[in-house]
Design a protein around this ligand. Structure first.
Ligand code: AHR
Length: 503
């Protein structure tokens, strides 16, 4: 048994818990939209063809904001194809995923779905094959009340009220050579700046996100952010970050420590943004939108798009099945995002349904929660109020990818009006349980309200339609509070939420 402690102090506040930390992402990719969100033949489908069972699961997941429509897809997308009467919408080749896009779902349907699911829509514009004018047209279509060509088209298409979309991504992963219309940092920075300036002429209070790096391992990482932010600093609000992690070559210890990379990624982008700020003598700060993050087994066969003459509609793509170790990593990445709440102002779990997703569906059939659903839903539900800095004292073990890593990672939130202190913690040891003591400072004596732990001695099992609950968060009976602190035992490879209130 390893021994560890976490100290939190009511006075050491990082910043507010932001609801937008619990965002997600819907791309026209594989079965995310078609047979995921949209399945007109499904018994629970509404008049628009959206599955009611999926809407219920999205609500249960606690998602706040959803980025749309891509992803790599957006860099070849003509948004006008997806509006107006369906029989007149063209089918198009989707180069990003070697698929056929039927355009049955477009911006109006997505916004209707978002309202139904109770999430804020977040829109990306195509800066790959398109540019300023098409971004302006889409913004006019979405957000102008009426009296112009595009806004009247929206009204004629049945959306009398403007969609009122506030957050906009200026393209997607433009640093990646795989991106249609990939650009250098200088080329993209100029285009993003001019697009942002023009969009603000329509609506000054938009929240605009410029593309940062598609991974901390990109050769241009750092320099990309410096150049792009130097071009765009005065006209954007946030810079994006994307990161996917997976277990490689059976190296579970490194995989469990993936949040070390996310911490480093965030700290590096913050440092670069602040260096640009200092050089420009600016006062305003640029914040981060971590608008793609997850576990993704990118090299597995199911991540490879079709080839040749085969351009299917909604093929099975990126349908990763997640085990408990994957869920523990998802929980630990949420800990990292919350820890940086002063600078990470939005984040999107990529993606929402079927495609590297917490929610899975059968076409016309069942839907179920993957293991990764649980840490996300529980964190979204219980993180509230303010994020408190957690000082961690834990044994360190070596990992191949990230060097020495403490066995425990944790963050706490405190909601003063309800009096609730919540600790989110992971045990990243592959073999040893941890006896953890929480030292809460500046609180009256506390009692344990609930302790839930996600762990599985056989941490390879996944949920399936036939067996949707092989592993669920379970009450952790070891949690106990007294005047010296709160004690709990964390099994190896586990994620825990511990809820405390004034005794
Ligand atoms: O989420 C899957 C893909 O990952 C997205 O389309 C792209 O932006 C990223 O590379």
């Amino acid at each position: 048994m390893l021994l560890a402690s976490v100290t939190v102090d009511r006075a050491f506040v990082v910043g507010p818990v932001r609801r937008r930390t619990f965002g997600s992402f819907v791309e026209h990719l594989g079965r995310c939209v078609y047979t995921g969100l949209h399945d007109p033949g499904h018994p629970t489908a509404d008049a628009d063809g959206f599955r009611g069972d999926v809407v219920e699961l999205v609500r249960e997941l606690g998602v706040s904001i959803v980025r749309y429509p891509g992803g790599n897809f957006v860099s070849g997308y003509r948004w006008e194809d997806g509006i107006g009467p369906r029989p007149q919408r063209p089918a198009r080749l989707d180069l990003a995923w070697h698929s056929t896009e039927p355009n049955t779902v477009g911006v109006d349907e997505f916004v209707r779905w978002a309202r139904k699911a109770g999430v804020e829509p977040m829109m990306a514009v195509n800066l790959g094959t398109r540019g300023i004018q098409e971004a302006l047209d889409l913004l006019e279509y979405c957000n102008i009340r009426g009296g112009t060509a595009w806004s009247d088209r929206r009204r004629a298409n049945g959306a009398e009220e403007p969609h009122g979309i506030r957050m906009w991504c200026l393209g997607n992963e433009m640093d990646g050579p795989w991106q249609t219309g990939h650009k250098t940092a200088h080329e993209y920075g100029r285009l993003a700046a001019e697009t942002a300036r023009a969009m603000r002429q329509i609506q000054p209070d938009l929240e605009l996100i410029v593309c940062g790096s598609s991974g901390s391992g990109m050769p241009t990482f750092g320099e990309w952010e410096r150049v792009v932010l130097s071009e765009t600093y005065d006209v954007v609000d946030l810079v994006s970050a994307h990161a996917y992690y997976c277990e490689e070559d059976g190296d579970l210890a490194s995989f469990l420590a993936s949040a070390v990379d996310m911490d480093h990624f965030i700290d590096s982008v913050v440092a670069t943004a602040d260096a640009v700020r200092a050089a420009r003598k600016a006062t305003r700060r640029i914040h981060l939108s971590f608008d793609e993050w997850n576990v993704w087994y990118v090299d597995r066969a199911e991540s490879r798009p079709p080839t040749g003459d085969d351009w299917p509609v909604a093929p099975v793509l990126l349908e990763d099945r997640y085990n408990v170790a994957d869920a523990v990593v998802v929980g630990s990445l949420l800990i990292s995002l919350l820890r940086h709440t002063d600078r990470v102002h939005a984040a999107s779990l990529a993606q929402l349904v079927n495609v590297i997703a917490p929610i899975m569906t059968e076409p016309g059939g069942r839907s179920w929660r993957q293991t990764t659903f649980h840490p996300f839903a529980l964190t979204a539900r219980h993180a509230a109020g303010e994020v408190l800095r957690a000082a961690i004292d834990a044994p360190v073990h070596d990992t191949t990818r990230f060097g020495p890593v403490p066995a425990v990672d944790a963050v706490a939130t405190y909601e003063p009006s309800a009096g609730g202190l919540v600790l989110f913690a992971v045990n990243r040891s592959v073999s040893e349980p941890v006896a953890l003591t929480l030292h809460p400072r500046g609180f009256r004596s506390l009692r344990v309200v609930e302790a839930l732990t996600l762990s599985d001695p056989d941490h390879t099992r996944s949920a399936t339609a036939d067996d949707p609950t092989p592993v669920l968060p379970h009450p952790n009976p070891s949690a106990a509070a007294d005047d010296d602190g709160v004690r709990i035992t964390l099994p190896p490879v586990s994620w825990t939420v511990l809820r405390l209130q004034a005794a």
